[in-house]
Design a binder for this molecule. Structure first.
Ligand SMILES: C[S@@+](CC[C@H](N)C(=O)[O-])C[C@H]1O[C@@H](n2cnc3c(N)ncnc32)[C@H](O)[C@@H]1O
Length: 393
Protein backbone atom coordinates (compact mmCIF):
# COMPACT_ATOMS: atom_id res chain seq x y z
CA UNK A 1 0.00 0.00 0.00
CA UNK A 2 1.42 3.38 -0.97
CA UNK A 3 0.58 6.07 1.58
CA UNK A 4 -0.86 9.39 0.39
CA UNK A 5 2.01 11.84 0.11
CA UNK A 6 1.41 14.81 2.35
CA UNK A 7 3.92 17.15 0.80
CA UNK A 8 2.55 20.64 0.22
CA UNK A 9 4.95 21.06 -2.69
CA UNK A 10 3.01 18.40 -4.54
CA UNK A 11 -0.45 19.90 -4.20
CA UNK A 12 -0.30 22.45 -7.00
CA UNK A 13 1.77 20.31 -9.29
CA UNK A 14 -1.12 19.26 -11.49
CA UNK A 15 -1.50 22.41 -13.55
CA UNK A 16 1.85 22.51 -15.23
CA UNK A 17 2.55 19.01 -16.47
CA UNK A 18 0.97 16.94 -19.13
CA UNK A 19 -1.06 13.88 -18.24
CA UNK A 20 -0.57 11.83 -21.38
CA UNK A 21 -0.40 8.41 -19.79
CA UNK A 22 0.53 6.69 -23.06
CA UNK A 23 3.91 8.44 -23.53
CA UNK A 24 7.01 6.90 -21.95
CA UNK A 25 8.67 8.62 -19.01
CA UNK A 26 12.20 7.95 -17.78
CA UNK A 27 14.51 9.23 -15.04
CA UNK A 28 16.77 12.01 -16.35
CA UNK A 29 20.38 10.89 -16.72
CA UNK A 30 21.48 13.26 -13.94
CA UNK A 31 18.96 12.00 -11.37
CA UNK A 32 20.37 11.63 -7.87
CA UNK A 33 18.87 9.31 -5.27
CA UNK A 34 20.22 9.92 -1.76
CA UNK A 35 19.49 8.36 1.61
CA UNK A 36 19.36 10.66 4.61
CA UNK A 37 18.03 9.99 8.12
CA UNK A 38 15.64 7.24 7.02
CA UNK A 39 14.30 9.23 4.08
CA UNK A 40 14.97 8.92 0.39
CA UNK A 41 15.69 12.08 -1.60
CA UNK A 42 15.30 12.23 -5.37
CA UNK A 43 16.38 15.21 -7.47
CA UNK A 44 18.64 16.15 -10.36
CA UNK A 45 21.96 17.97 -10.35
CA UNK A 46 20.33 21.02 -11.94
CA UNK A 47 16.68 20.91 -10.79
CA UNK A 48 15.24 24.15 -9.47
CA UNK A 49 12.62 22.43 -7.28
CA UNK A 50 13.70 21.03 -3.95
CA UNK A 51 14.32 17.30 -3.73
CA UNK A 52 11.33 14.96 -3.53
CA UNK A 53 11.45 13.15 -0.18
CA UNK A 54 9.77 9.94 0.88
CA UNK A 55 10.14 7.23 3.50
CA UNK A 56 7.87 4.79 1.66
CA UNK A 57 9.85 1.84 0.23
CA UNK A 58 6.70 0.80 -1.68
CA UNK A 59 6.54 4.17 -3.46
CA UNK A 60 10.26 4.23 -4.21
CA UNK A 61 10.11 0.63 -5.44
CA UNK A 62 7.29 1.56 -7.81
CA UNK A 63 9.15 4.65 -9.08
CA UNK A 64 12.12 2.44 -9.98
CA UNK A 65 10.05 1.29 -12.97
CA UNK A 66 11.02 4.54 -14.66
CA UNK A 67 14.72 3.69 -14.69
CA UNK A 68 13.92 2.71 -18.29
CA UNK A 69 11.28 4.37 -20.52
CA UNK A 70 7.85 3.29 -19.21
CA UNK A 71 4.38 4.65 -19.89
CA UNK A 72 2.45 5.95 -16.91
CA UNK A 73 -0.41 3.77 -18.12
CA UNK A 74 1.56 0.54 -17.70
CA UNK A 75 3.15 1.65 -14.44
CA UNK A 76 -0.26 2.58 -12.96
CA UNK A 77 -1.69 -0.78 -14.06
CA UNK A 78 0.69 -2.46 -11.62
CA UNK A 79 -0.93 -0.65 -8.66
CA UNK A 80 -4.10 -1.16 -6.66
CA UNK A 81 -6.73 1.43 -7.73
CA UNK A 82 -6.47 3.12 -4.33
CA UNK A 83 -2.73 3.66 -4.78
CA UNK A 84 -3.02 5.27 -8.21
CA UNK A 85 -4.30 8.56 -6.84
CA UNK A 86 -1.43 8.67 -4.33
CA UNK A 87 1.33 8.36 -6.91
CA UNK A 88 0.04 10.83 -9.53
CA UNK A 89 1.06 14.02 -7.70
CA UNK A 90 4.47 12.48 -7.08
CA UNK A 91 4.96 11.72 -10.78
CA UNK A 92 3.89 15.24 -11.65
CA UNK A 93 6.24 16.78 -9.10
CA UNK A 94 9.12 14.73 -10.49
CA UNK A 95 8.19 15.79 -14.04
CA UNK A 96 8.09 19.43 -13.02
CA UNK A 97 11.51 19.13 -11.36
CA UNK A 98 13.04 17.58 -14.48
CA UNK A 99 13.61 14.25 -12.70
CA UNK A 100 11.14 12.33 -14.89
CA UNK A 101 11.48 13.34 -18.52
CA UNK A 102 10.03 12.26 -21.86
CA UNK A 103 11.43 8.85 -22.71
CA UNK A 104 11.16 9.48 -26.45
CA UNK A 105 12.01 13.19 -26.55
CA UNK A 106 14.22 14.35 -29.43
CA UNK A 107 17.55 15.92 -28.33
CA UNK A 108 17.12 19.40 -26.85
CA UNK A 109 17.40 22.09 -29.51
CA UNK A 110 18.54 25.62 -28.93
CA UNK A 111 21.17 28.03 -29.90
CA UNK A 112 24.49 26.20 -30.41
CA UNK A 113 26.89 28.84 -29.04
CA UNK A 114 24.68 29.20 -25.98
CA UNK A 115 24.66 25.45 -25.27
CA UNK A 116 28.43 25.22 -25.77
CA UNK A 117 29.00 28.34 -23.67
CA UNK A 118 27.09 26.82 -20.77
CA UNK A 119 29.02 23.55 -21.06
CA UNK A 120 32.33 25.44 -20.95
CA UNK A 121 31.18 27.46 -17.96
CA UNK A 122 30.23 24.29 -16.09
CA UNK A 123 33.56 22.67 -16.93
CA UNK A 124 35.39 25.74 -15.64
CA UNK A 125 33.45 25.63 -12.38
CA UNK A 126 34.08 21.92 -12.08
CA UNK A 127 37.83 22.27 -12.68
CA UNK A 128 38.09 25.12 -10.16
CA UNK A 129 35.92 23.25 -7.62
CA UNK A 130 38.00 20.09 -7.88
CA UNK A 131 41.14 22.09 -7.18
CA UNK A 132 39.53 23.80 -4.18
CA UNK A 133 38.16 20.48 -2.93
CA UNK A 134 41.66 18.99 -3.05
CA UNK A 135 43.02 21.92 -1.01
CA UNK A 136 40.21 21.50 1.56
CA UNK A 137 40.75 17.76 1.89
CA UNK A 138 44.51 18.25 2.33
CA UNK A 139 43.84 21.05 4.80
CA UNK A 140 41.72 18.83 7.06
CA UNK A 141 43.68 15.62 6.66
CA UNK A 142 42.14 12.69 8.56
CA UNK A 143 39.93 15.01 10.61
CA UNK A 144 37.44 15.41 7.72
CA UNK A 145 37.33 11.67 7.07
CA UNK A 146 36.51 10.94 10.72
CA UNK A 147 34.06 13.80 11.25
CA UNK A 148 32.06 13.07 8.09
CA UNK A 149 31.98 9.39 9.02
CA UNK A 150 30.56 10.32 12.43
CA UNK A 151 28.04 12.84 11.09
CA UNK A 152 26.85 11.08 7.95
CA UNK A 153 28.22 7.54 8.07
CA UNK A 154 30.19 8.19 4.88
CA UNK A 155 33.68 9.69 4.93
CA UNK A 156 35.56 11.77 2.37
CA UNK A 157 37.05 8.78 0.60
CA UNK A 158 33.72 7.23 -0.35
CA UNK A 159 32.30 10.61 -1.34
CA UNK A 160 35.25 11.11 -3.66
CA UNK A 161 34.69 7.66 -5.13
CA UNK A 162 31.07 8.61 -5.84
CA UNK A 163 32.26 11.75 -7.67
CA UNK A 164 34.77 9.72 -9.64
CA UNK A 165 32.07 7.21 -10.56
CA UNK A 166 29.84 10.03 -11.86
CA UNK A 167 32.65 11.45 -14.00
CA UNK A 168 33.62 7.98 -15.18
CA UNK A 169 30.03 7.25 -16.25
CA UNK A 170 29.89 10.42 -18.36
CA UNK A 171 33.29 9.73 -19.90
CA UNK A 172 32.27 6.16 -20.79
CA UNK A 173 29.23 7.47 -22.63
CA UNK A 174 31.37 10.02 -24.46
CA UNK A 175 33.94 7.35 -25.34
CA UNK A 176 31.19 5.30 -26.98
CA UNK A 177 30.37 8.28 -29.22
CA UNK A 178 33.91 8.71 -30.55
CA UNK A 179 34.05 6.05 -33.25
CA UNK A 180 30.84 7.03 -35.13
CA UNK A 181 31.63 10.74 -34.64
CA UNK A 182 35.04 10.34 -36.30
CA UNK A 183 33.79 7.91 -38.96
CA UNK A 184 31.09 10.38 -40.07
CA UNK A 185 33.61 13.21 -40.39
CA UNK A 186 36.15 11.12 -42.31
CA UNK A 187 33.40 10.02 -44.70
CA UNK A 188 32.39 13.68 -45.23
CA UNK A 189 36.06 14.53 -45.90
CA UNK A 190 36.24 11.53 -48.30
CA UNK A 191 39.18 9.99 -46.44
CA UNK A 192 39.11 6.24 -47.08
CA UNK A 193 40.32 3.77 -44.45
CA UNK A 194 43.14 2.66 -46.81
CA UNK A 195 44.17 6.24 -47.73
CA UNK A 196 47.93 6.83 -47.93
CA UNK A 197 50.27 9.82 -48.21
CA UNK A 198 47.98 11.98 -46.04
CA UNK A 199 49.02 15.36 -44.64
CA UNK A 200 47.77 16.31 -41.17
CA UNK A 201 47.52 19.86 -39.82
CA UNK A 202 46.90 19.28 -36.11
CA UNK A 203 45.62 22.07 -33.83
CA UNK A 204 44.78 24.12 -36.92
CA UNK A 205 42.68 26.79 -35.15
CA UNK A 206 41.18 29.12 -37.78
CA UNK A 207 43.96 28.55 -40.35
CA UNK A 208 43.16 25.80 -42.84
CA UNK A 209 45.59 24.28 -45.34
CA UNK A 210 44.32 23.10 -48.72
CA UNK A 211 45.05 19.45 -49.42
CA UNK A 212 45.67 18.77 -45.72
CA UNK A 213 43.37 17.25 -43.10
CA UNK A 214 42.82 20.15 -40.71
CA UNK A 215 42.26 18.91 -37.17
CA UNK A 216 41.22 20.67 -33.96
CA UNK A 217 38.59 20.46 -31.24
CA UNK A 218 35.07 21.21 -32.50
CA UNK A 219 34.21 22.98 -34.72
CA UNK A 220 36.95 21.93 -37.16
CA UNK A 221 37.00 20.07 -40.49
CA UNK A 222 38.04 17.04 -38.41
CA UNK A 223 36.99 17.66 -34.81
CA UNK A 224 38.61 15.57 -32.12
CA UNK A 225 40.66 15.68 -28.96
CA UNK A 226 44.22 14.69 -29.89
CA UNK A 227 44.38 12.64 -26.71
CA UNK A 228 41.97 10.16 -28.34
CA UNK A 229 44.76 9.25 -30.76
CA UNK A 230 44.78 9.87 -34.51
CA UNK A 231 42.15 7.99 -36.57
CA UNK A 232 44.54 6.93 -39.33
CA UNK A 233 46.30 3.70 -40.21
CA UNK A 234 49.96 3.05 -39.36
CA UNK A 235 52.33 4.63 -41.89
CA UNK A 236 49.50 6.35 -43.79
CA UNK A 237 50.76 9.94 -43.40
CA UNK A 238 53.69 11.71 -45.07
CA UNK A 239 53.59 15.12 -43.34
CA UNK A 240 52.37 16.47 -40.01
CA UNK A 241 52.26 20.17 -39.11
CA UNK A 242 51.59 21.14 -35.47
CA UNK A 243 51.79 24.85 -34.65
CA UNK A 244 51.40 26.18 -31.12
CA UNK A 245 49.56 23.14 -29.80
CA UNK A 246 52.25 21.22 -27.88
CA UNK A 247 52.48 23.85 -25.11
CA UNK A 248 48.76 23.28 -24.41
CA UNK A 249 49.37 19.63 -23.44
CA UNK A 250 50.77 18.40 -20.13
CA UNK A 251 54.47 17.56 -20.33
CA UNK A 252 55.49 14.79 -20.51
CA UNK A 253 52.36 12.80 -19.56
CA UNK A 254 50.24 13.82 -22.57
CA UNK A 255 52.95 15.06 -24.92
CA UNK A 256 54.79 11.73 -25.14
CA UNK A 257 51.78 9.64 -26.23
CA UNK A 258 50.76 12.40 -28.68
CA UNK A 259 54.20 12.40 -30.34
CA UNK A 260 54.27 8.58 -30.32
CA UNK A 261 50.89 8.63 -32.09
CA UNK A 262 52.23 11.04 -34.73
CA UNK A 263 55.17 8.70 -35.28
CA UNK A 264 52.83 5.72 -35.61
CA UNK A 265 50.80 7.28 -38.43
CA UNK A 266 53.85 8.67 -40.25
CA UNK A 267 55.26 6.51 -43.02
CA UNK A 268 59.01 5.73 -42.81
CA UNK A 269 60.79 8.91 -43.89
CA UNK A 270 57.69 11.01 -43.07
CA UNK A 271 58.30 14.38 -41.38
CA UNK A 272 56.65 16.28 -38.51
CA UNK A 273 57.10 20.06 -38.31
CA UNK A 274 56.48 21.52 -34.85
CA UNK A 275 56.21 25.19 -33.87
CA UNK A 276 56.10 26.21 -30.18
CA UNK A 277 56.89 29.35 -28.17
CA UNK A 278 60.69 29.71 -27.91
CA UNK A 279 61.19 29.75 -24.15
CA UNK A 280 64.97 30.05 -24.35
CA UNK A 281 64.47 33.33 -26.17
CA UNK A 282 62.14 34.49 -23.38
CA UNK A 283 64.69 33.58 -20.73
CA UNK A 284 67.41 35.53 -22.57
CA UNK A 285 65.12 38.57 -22.72
CA UNK A 286 64.27 38.25 -19.06
CA UNK A 287 67.89 37.93 -17.95
CA UNK A 288 68.91 40.73 -20.33
CA UNK A 289 66.13 42.95 -18.90
CA UNK A 290 64.80 43.38 -22.44
CA UNK A 291 61.46 45.00 -21.66
CA UNK A 292 60.63 45.77 -25.25
CA UNK A 293 60.85 42.05 -26.10
CA UNK A 294 57.85 41.48 -23.83
CA UNK A 295 56.04 44.70 -24.78
CA UNK A 296 56.38 43.90 -28.47
CA UNK A 297 55.10 40.35 -27.94
CA UNK A 298 51.80 41.80 -26.74
CA UNK A 299 51.05 42.98 -30.25
CA UNK A 300 50.58 39.32 -31.19
CA UNK A 301 49.19 38.06 -27.89
CA UNK A 302 47.10 41.09 -26.71
CA UNK A 303 44.80 39.00 -24.53
CA UNK A 304 47.47 38.27 -21.89
CA UNK A 305 46.78 40.08 -18.58
CA UNK A 306 47.58 43.83 -18.67
CA UNK A 307 50.72 45.42 -17.19
CA UNK A 308 52.54 42.26 -16.18
CA UNK A 309 56.07 42.28 -14.85
CA UNK A 310 58.62 40.59 -17.10
CA UNK A 311 58.48 37.56 -14.81
CA UNK A 312 54.68 37.30 -14.88
CA UNK A 313 54.74 37.58 -18.63
CA UNK A 314 57.48 34.99 -19.02
CA UNK A 315 56.03 32.46 -16.57
CA UNK A 316 52.52 32.60 -18.04
CA UNK A 317 54.00 32.07 -21.50
CA UNK A 318 56.07 29.15 -20.22
CA UNK A 319 53.03 27.50 -18.61
CA UNK A 320 53.48 28.32 -14.93
CA UNK A 321 50.55 29.33 -12.76
CA UNK A 322 47.70 28.16 -14.99
CA UNK A 323 44.31 28.86 -13.40
CA UNK A 324 42.47 25.51 -13.06
CA UNK A 325 39.27 26.95 -14.54
CA UNK A 326 41.16 27.80 -17.76
CA UNK A 327 43.31 24.70 -17.87
CA UNK A 328 42.20 23.70 -21.36
CA UNK A 329 43.20 27.01 -22.93
CA UNK A 330 46.32 27.66 -20.81
CA UNK A 331 49.92 26.95 -21.68
CA UNK A 332 51.09 24.05 -19.57
CA UNK A 333 54.74 23.89 -20.56
CA UNK A 334 57.48 25.71 -22.43
CA UNK A 335 60.17 24.33 -24.72
CA UNK A 336 63.72 25.06 -25.70
CA UNK A 337 65.29 23.15 -28.59
CA UNK A 338 67.10 20.70 -26.32
CA UNK A 339 63.92 19.65 -24.48
CA UNK A 340 61.81 19.37 -27.61
CA UNK A 341 64.55 17.34 -29.33
CA UNK A 342 64.75 15.05 -26.28
CA UNK A 343 61.02 14.35 -26.12
CA UNK A 344 60.96 13.76 -29.89
CA UNK A 345 63.83 11.31 -29.57
CA UNK A 346 62.05 9.57 -26.64
CA UNK A 347 59.02 9.17 -28.93
CA UNK A 348 61.23 7.44 -31.55
CA UNK A 349 61.90 10.31 -33.98
CA UNK A 350 65.28 10.79 -35.63
CA UNK A 351 67.10 13.64 -37.35
CA UNK A 352 65.60 16.45 -35.25
CA UNK A 353 66.67 19.81 -36.70
CA UNK A 354 66.07 23.43 -35.74
CA UNK A 355 64.32 25.20 -38.59
CA UNK A 356 63.33 28.80 -39.32
CA UNK A 357 60.08 30.55 -40.22
CA UNK A 358 58.83 29.35 -43.64
CA UNK A 359 62.02 27.44 -44.20
CA UNK A 360 62.07 23.69 -44.77
CA UNK A 361 63.89 21.24 -47.03
CA UNK A 362 60.43 19.99 -47.96
CA UNK A 363 58.46 22.48 -50.10
CA UNK A 364 55.11 21.17 -48.82
CA UNK A 365 56.17 21.97 -45.23
CA UNK A 366 56.65 25.69 -45.90
CA UNK A 367 53.32 26.32 -44.27
CA UNK A 368 54.04 28.45 -41.17
CA UNK A 369 52.15 31.36 -42.77
CA UNK A 370 48.86 29.61 -41.93
CA UNK A 371 49.51 30.05 -38.19
CA UNK A 372 48.03 33.14 -36.53
CA UNK A 373 51.15 33.58 -34.39
CA UNK A 374 54.19 31.84 -35.90
CA UNK A 375 55.17 34.95 -37.90
CA UNK A 376 55.47 37.15 -34.78
CA UNK A 377 58.99 38.41 -34.29
CA UNK A 378 61.06 40.92 -32.41
CA UNK A 379 63.75 42.44 -34.59
CA UNK A 380 65.19 39.61 -36.62
CA UNK A 381 64.17 36.83 -34.23
CA UNK A 382 60.89 34.98 -34.05
CA UNK A 383 59.09 34.31 -30.81
CA UNK A 384 58.56 30.75 -32.00
CA UNK A 385 60.87 27.79 -32.12
CA UNK A 386 60.62 25.80 -35.38
CA UNK A 387 61.66 22.15 -35.38
CA UNK A 388 61.43 19.21 -37.77
CA UNK A 389 61.96 15.50 -37.12
CA UNK A 390 61.29 12.35 -39.09
CA UNK A 391 60.40 8.76 -38.74
CA UNK A 392 63.42 6.67 -39.70
CA UNK A 393 63.23 5.34 -43.27
C1 LIG B 1 47.28 28.59 -29.80
S1 LIG B 1 46.16 27.76 -30.81
C2 LIG B 1 47.14 27.57 -32.28
C3 LIG B 1 46.30 27.57 -33.51
C4 LIG B 1 47.10 27.52 -34.82
N1 LIG B 1 47.78 26.27 -34.98
C5 LIG B 1 48.07 28.66 -34.90
O1 LIG B 1 49.28 28.40 -34.88
O2 LIG B 1 47.64 29.80 -35.00
C6 LIG B 1 46.14 26.11 -30.15
C7 LIG B 1 45.15 25.20 -30.85
O3 LIG B 1 45.30 23.89 -30.32
C8 LIG B 1 44.00 23.34 -30.13
N2 LIG B 1 44.04 22.31 -29.09
C9 LIG B 1 44.44 22.44 -27.80
N3 LIG B 1 44.31 21.29 -27.15
C10 LIG B 1 43.78 20.40 -28.04
C11 LIG B 1 43.39 19.05 -27.96
N4 LIG B 1 43.50 18.37 -26.82
N5 LIG B 1 42.92 18.44 -29.07
C12 LIG B 1 42.79 19.12 -30.24
N6 LIG B 1 43.15 20.41 -30.38
C13 LIG B 1 43.63 21.04 -29.29
C14 LIG B 1 43.16 24.53 -29.69
O4 LIG B 1 41.79 24.29 -29.88
C15 LIG B 1 43.71 25.64 -30.57
O5 LIG B 1 43.02 25.77 -31.80
Amino acid sequence: MIPAVSDKGLRDAHKQVRRDVTKPLVFAADTLVRFKSGRILIHTTSGKLRAFESDSPALIGWLCRFCKPTTLESALAALQPADRAAVLPVVEHLQRGGVLVDGDAPPAGGDEPEILGRAKQHLRLLARSLYELACDVWGFGLHAERQLQLRTGVGVERRLMALLAAIDALRSELTALRRPFIAGQLAALKVAADARDLKLHIGCGQGLLDGWINIDVSPAPLSLNVQWGLPFADASVSRVFVSHLLEHLFFPADVKPFLAEIRRVLAPGGVVRIVVPDIERCIEAYVGNDRSFFANRRETWPWWPPNPTRLEDFLAYAGAGAEPAYLFEAHKYGYDFETLAKVLSDAGFVGTLRSEYMSSDFPDLKVDHVSAVANARYGERYYSLFVEARRAA
